[in-house]
Design a protein around this ligand. Structure first.
Ligand SMILES: *[C@@H]1O[C@H](CO)[C@@H](O)[C@H](O)[C@H]1NC(C)=O
Ligand SMILES: *[C@@H]1O[C@H](CO)[C@@H](O)[C@H](O)[C@H]1NC(C)=O
Ligand SMILES: *[C@@H]1O[C@H](CO)[C@@H](O)[C@H](O)[C@H]1NC(C)=O
Ligand SMILES: *[C@@H]1O[C@H](CO)[C@@H](O)[C@H](O)[C@H]1NC(C)=O
Ligand SMILES: *[C@@H]1O[C@H](CO)[C@@H](O)[C@H](O)[C@H]1NC(C)=O
Ligand SMILES: *[C@@H]1O[C@H](CO)[C@@H](O)[C@H](O)[C@H]1NC(C)=O
Ligand SMILES: *[C@@H]1O[C@H](CO)[C@@H](O)[C@H](O)[C@H]1NC(C)=O
Ligand SMILES: *[C@@H]1O[C@H](CO)[C@@H](O)[C@H](O)[C@H]1NC(C)=O
Ligand SMILES: *[C@@H]1O[C@H](CO)[C@@H](O)[C@H](O)[C@H]1NC(C)=O
Length: 890
């Protein structure tokens, strides 16, 4: 997944830019890998009478052969108790139904592909670099420093990292590989050249000196203290196993992830951590299912929540969607490492500018202001610079923000030779200093940084007064710890939940913004990165500290998520007093507090109180509070709501983009008793009756959430609740608007990529084939494309101009619709990305999905998508669309 700079400007606008139809490539574009599946089979021990007929795998292959199913095996899995099965390529994808009916087959799931984690920040760090984050701030905000002070450093705990591999030659990662070293084991499952589209070439050495991501992750867990940056990993005495599942470029597929996970289990991992994923919104993918099974078997599995916060709600990432895994959100560091410049000619403190690393300017340069009026509104905008403006190439140019785009101002001064600019914030006139935010700015190819309003006004006024000012950008020693305006908040890039089946993702938050860690030596040795990729190993390290104190038994591991959630610290949505807490759909239970998780003495039996939607409302929630301390405690219960996430734009069927708007219509909570006293060892059952917020627009699919605090003196733990104030089955799943393309979709595109209106006959020679174009406005448990006769009497729900939701349901059965044959079937399809406006396409061929040639004739395509929680056997629970008539004339 993408890592993001913590200071990147994530737009708060939800205006959707239309996308041109001509940008749609005429290729099949679906999240799954064509014809590749993972089949799960019953374990040998569960088929008692058939021990003599070979392994479960042999039985599977024999049954498939008997059914004349043509397949290739490319991976076998044999982890009894967790997962037994095989990754297959089928000649006919349509054989899936037949395989499912085979005796001993438990499930068959498509293989999906996950993009590699790509860091956005591109600067490596050298020991001379100043302005790096406080080496200990993330440890201090989570109590890890106090654990280190007690000598709790993760000794004896084995952590498997599935990533790009590790540069274990790094001195802070132990300098070697194998028994006795910090990176004591692992495997390269793929080889340098693996891209996700070719065959892996495994070997025994997980060294990575070409990608880097896994080395950064490893340092967050395990960097030895005493290095030139004075940082340390969260659990630096733990033992690391490196599973390399990415090559130097490209993506990774489920079959490799599952292999890596099972290998980790076999090698004895106590914790497995994956800083990777792809949004799909469902708990059902193979990677998610296997991760969850491993967690349920008594290991801790931490997985990144994803960096797709800008795309809005219901966009959770797999394999972190695995029900029993811990999906990790990111919080911003409390300080931003910024740089400062010094001035000559006037007396002023060093001036902070918004960049993590020094501008690469060695010379001391004179400063020139494009205007002597520091209240000017259109400084350096088009047409404002006089011809008499001097050659600016030898200057640093001071420009005031406002009226036109940064790049226009910069292009205008560049026309006079300017190479570097300081842009100062608006102030004075608007009455509020730095009103538009002191932040990173988009300046394209230009070299320009923002400085604060008061500094810009000072410099401008001094120049106007005739002072001659020179500026220097020190290349080291000029870093400052600038208090972050988002410090401690959930990083805006964190992906929002919940899953479509209403699971609690993300589960918890850990620091992931502006994290300094190790990097492969050939790629720079140290690096500053941001992302849930960085938060995830922080939690894996925290889990190692926990297991090292509590004992690494399956029951301790299984209870860890609950303890971490109970003791975490809920995070506000802003630093302004009175603003609501951030929605649980982005922060989970709050920021992890590792010391409290280990030494707290109040235990909760459950911490995820999932109320589900209005149609499946789970009613009163019960959990037990136990006093595990040595003295009697008097407890008080209290309810603190979080902001209600308005997940769908009002009047639209499309998700609201991030930051997702928060409503202050809250749920209300009543308890069986608000106060109780517990002696040591005693327990109390809490019954919390949670009433969803009233008077809130159900068509915005509001997800309400909040915290039930159990407080005794200074000690406070909480359970976290989550519910939907609407029925999810009312949520339209197929986009039938013209918002994205300016034309109504779904649509059938002709061989030139234009919408087919009148009937066309296709020859299926070369490019002469139609393409089905559609978008998922919401996830669907089942999508089907079938071929139907041109004169079908079927009435679809979507072609009519129906209201956006609540289509009138008629009786009838899914099986009664007469079809010619299946073209595509996709289980658990996620929604499309509203951030980058993705779409699904299927280029038709003249064969059915099973490879049988379709007879020439006139047809329509019938697209059907099941609504979430709908009944797959009921036609009325599907949305449907019929294409115009097209002919097959092959
Ligand atoms: C290194 O970190 C420790 C705390 O872990 C701190 O006491 C010390 O001052 C730091 N040293 C430097 C050079 O920053
Ligand atoms: C600045 O000076 C350093 C050290 O002399 C040199 O390595 C670097 O290339 C110079 N940078 C620029 C932008 O001139
Ligand atoms: C300024 O000029 C540039 C280049 O001609 C143009 O792209 C831009 O739109 C103009 N900006 C405004 C605000 O008119
Ligand atoms: C940036 O500048 C370089 C050199 O002038 C040029 O080759 C490149 O195309 C520019 N890139 C963009 C995005 O404008
Ligand atoms: C600003 O004032 C100074 C001092 O009078 C003068 O040298 C300079 O040319 C003026 N700059 C502009 C852009 O008018
Ligand atoms: C919510 O309800 C739906 C429909 O019964 C169910 O499929 C889903 O698993 C439930 N979610 C949770 C987290 O229990
Ligand atoms: C398509 O082919 C059929 C059968 O050959 C023919 O009847 C029909 O007129 C053709 N339609 C078009 C639009 O060419
Ligand atoms: C469609 O056409 C076929 C063949 O001409 C005919 O048998 C069938 O009854 C028609 N179906 C409908 C619903 O009109
Ligand atoms: C493929 O599907 C078509 C349409 O359902 C069916 O008529 C045909 O018999 C199937 N072919 C095989 C080999 O199963």
């Amino acid at each position: 997944m993408k890592a993001a700079l913590s200071f990147a400007l994530f737009g708060a606008t939800s205006a959707l830019a239309a996308k041109s139809l001509s940008s749609v490539q005429r290729i099949t574009n679906l999240p799954t890998v064509p014809n590749k599946f993972i089949v799960e089979v019953t374990e040998a021990s569960n088929i008692p009478s058939k021990r003599d007929v070979g392994t479960p795998h042999e039985q599977l292959y024999r049954s498939l052969a008997e059914r004349k199913i043509s397949f290739d095996v490319h991976k076998e899995y044999d982890a009894p108790g967790i997962f037994v099965g095989a990754a297959l390529t089928l000649a006919n994808a349509q054989d899936v139904a037949s395989i499912l009916k085979t005796e001993g087959v438990v499930a068959i799931r498509p293989i999906r592909s996950y993009p590699r984690p790509v860091p956005v920040s591109s600067k490596t760090c050298a020991p001379g670099d100043a302005g790096l984050p406080d080496s200990e701030s993330t440890h201090i905000t989570t109590g890890v420093d106090k654990l280190h002070a007690k000598g709790i450093t993760g000794k004896g705990i084995q952590i498997g990292i599935l990533d790009t591999g590790i540069d274990y030659t790094h001195p802070s990662l132990g300098g070697g590989f194998g028994a006795g070293f910090k990176v004591a084991g692992g495997y390269d499952l793929v080889g340098d050249a693996y891209t996700g589209a070719n065959a892996p070439v495994p070997d025994s050495d997980p060294l990575d000196q070409c990608a880097g991501h896994g080395t950064h992750v490893a340092g967050i867990i395990g960097a030895n203290p005493g290095n030139e940056f004075n940082i340390s990993g969260v659990a630096y005495d733990s033992t690391i196993y490196a599973y390399r599942i990415f090559g130097c470029d490209g993506s990774v597929n489920d079959d490799v992830i599952v292999d890596g996970l099972l290998r980790g289990v076999k090698d004895g991992a106590d914790i497995l951590t994956l800083s990777l994923g792809g949004s799909d919104g469902w708990t059902e993918g193979t990677g998610s299912v296997v991760s969850s099974r491993i967690a349920a078997s008594g290991k801790i599995v931490t997985i990144a929540a994803g960096n797709e916060g800008a795309s809005g709600s219901w966009f959770t990432s797999s394999p972190g969607n695995g029900i029993d895994t811990i999906s990790v959100a990111s919080s911003d560091n409390t300080v931003i490492p910024l740089q400062s410049l010094t001035v000559d000619g006037v007396t002023h403190d060093p001036i902070v500018y918004y960049d993590t690393f020094p501008l690469a300017i060695n010379e001391t340069l004179p400063l020139y202001a494009t205007s002597n009026d520091t209240t000017i509104v259109d400084d350096a905008c088009n047409g404002t610079l006089p011809d008499s403006t001097p050659d600016l190439s030898g200057f640093v140019v001071l420009v005031r923000r406002g009226s036109c785009a940064f790049v226009d101002k910069l292009a205008n001064i560049a026309a006079f030779g300017a190479k570097t600019a300081l842009i100062y914030e608006l102030s004075v006139l608007t009455g509020s200093l730095n009103g538009n935010g002191f932040a990173g700015i988009e300046v394209g190819n230009f070299s320009a940084v923002l400085i604060q309003a008061e500094d810009g006004v000072f410099l401008g006024q001094q120049l106007a007064a005739g002072k001659s000012i020179k500026v220097t950008f020190p290349q080291s020693g000029a870093g400052v710890q600038f208090p972050s305006t988002t410090g401690g908040l959930v990083s805006t890039f964190t992906t929002y939940g919940p899953t479509n089946d209403f699971y609690f993702k993300p589960a918890i938050t850990a620091p992931g913004g502006d994290i300094l860690s190790t990097y492969p030596i050939p790629l720079g040795t140290w690096r500053l990165d941001s992302g849930t990729s960085m938060a995830t190993p922080f939690l894996a390290g925290s889990a190692a500290l926990y297991l090292s104190v509590k004992g690494k038994t399956p029951s301790v591991a299984k209870g860890a998520r609950t303890v971490f959630q109970a003791t975490s610290k809920p995070i506000s949505s802003s630093l302004t007093d009175g603003d609501p807490f951030q929605t649980v759909t982005q922060q989970g239970a709050g920021l992890v507090q590792v010391y409290d998780a280990i030494f707290g003495t109040t235990l909760l039996s459950r911490t995820e109180l999932i109320l589900n939607d209005t149609a499946h409302f789970t009613g009163p929630q019960k959990f037990t509070v136990k006093n595990a301390g040595k003295t009697a405690k008097s407890y008080t219960l209290s309810h603190v709501p979080a902001g209600t996430a308005v997940t769908i734009d009002a009047g639209s069927i499309l998700p609201a983009l991030g930051p997702v708007p928060l409503s202050t219509s809250y749920a209300s909570v009543k308890f069986n008793s608000n106060k109780f006293i517990l002696s040591p060892g005693q327990s109390h059952d809490v019954v919390a009756t949670i009433t969803p917020p009233a008077g809130i627009d159900a068509t915005t699919f509001p997800v309400y959430s909040g915290f039930i605090h159990v407080t005794s003196g200074a000690e406070s733990v909480h359970a976290t609740y989550l519910g939907l104030a609407a029925s999810v089955k009312d949520k339209q799943v197929v986009d039938n608007t013209d918002i994205v393309f300016g034309i109504t979709i779904p649509a059938l595109l002709d061989s030139t990529g234009n919408v087919q209106d009148a009937p066309i006959n296709y020859t299926f020679v070369g490019e002469d084939a139609p393409t089905v174009l559609w978008r998922q406005a919401f996830g669907t448990p089942l999508l089907r494309l079938d071929l139907v006769p041109a004169n079908t009497s079927f009435t679809p729900t979507l072609n009519k101009r129906t209201p956006i939701s609540f289509v009138t349901k008629k009786g009838g059965s899914f099986a009664q619709v007469s079809t010619v044959g299946a073209l595509l079937e996709q289980p658990y399809l996620g929604r499309n990305d509203e951030g980058d406006l993705s779409q699904n396409t299927l280029v038709l061929t003249n064969t059915f999905a099973n490879g049988t040639v379709i007879p020439n004739g006139s047809y329509k395509v019938l697209l059907r998508a099941l609504r979430v929680t709908g009944d797959a056997t009921k036609e009325a629970d599907y949305e449907s669309w019929l294409s115009p008539i097209f002919g097959i004339a092959a």
